[in-house]
Ligand binder design. Structure first.
Ligand code: HEC
Length: 117
């Protein structure tokens, strides 16, 4: 198999998808069911992780904390996030890895242009 050809295919697929890397299997399994396959939120109920203030500006510790404990006590959200998204088998190491990845996706995310009105 010609590896430069498959690399090319991979690259052009990537540009079709807006050059954003897809979430890893871990994030897809543990976070995407609520936050959407692209982590960009679902139905105004599950917030986008790509444009999330916590993810974009909170730093690693804040994201790790949110994942570990779920919704904070002062959450105004109609729907709360359970601790670890309900996946109590996640280790601290996995949570850190997930947090780092989610931050990476959020940093790389360029929101689609919206009209100024
Ligand atoms: C069972 C559904 C569910 C799963 C699974 C889930 N979340 Fe959430 N998540 C939510 C809901 C609902 C909120 C809004 C909670 C709130 O604001 O109190 C939320 C909020 C968040 C926020 C804060 C966003 C913001 O800006 O307010 C972060 C960060 C987050 N989730 C990360 C994750 C990560 C990472 C995973 C995967 C380990 C994950 N979530 C899995 C339901 C889920």
């Amino acid at each position: 198999m010609n590896s430069s050809k498959s690399l090319l295919l991979f690259l052009s697929l990537g540009s079709l998808l807006g050059a954003q890397t897809a979430p890893s299997p871990l994030v897809t399994q543990k976070c995407a069911p609520c936050h959407g396959p692209d982590l960009n939120g679902v139905g105004g109920v599950f917030p986008s992780l790509l444009s999330s203030k916590v993810v974009k500006q909170g730093g690693l510790d804040a994201v790790v904390k949110f994942i570990t404990y779920g919704s904070p006590p002062d959450s105004q959200s109609l729907v709360k996030m359970p601790a670890k998204g309900g996946h109590l088998d996640l280790t601290d190491e996995q949570i850190k890895q997930i947090a780092e990845e989610v931050i990476e996706h959020a940093v790389a995310y360029k929101p689609a242009k919206v009209s100024p009105n």
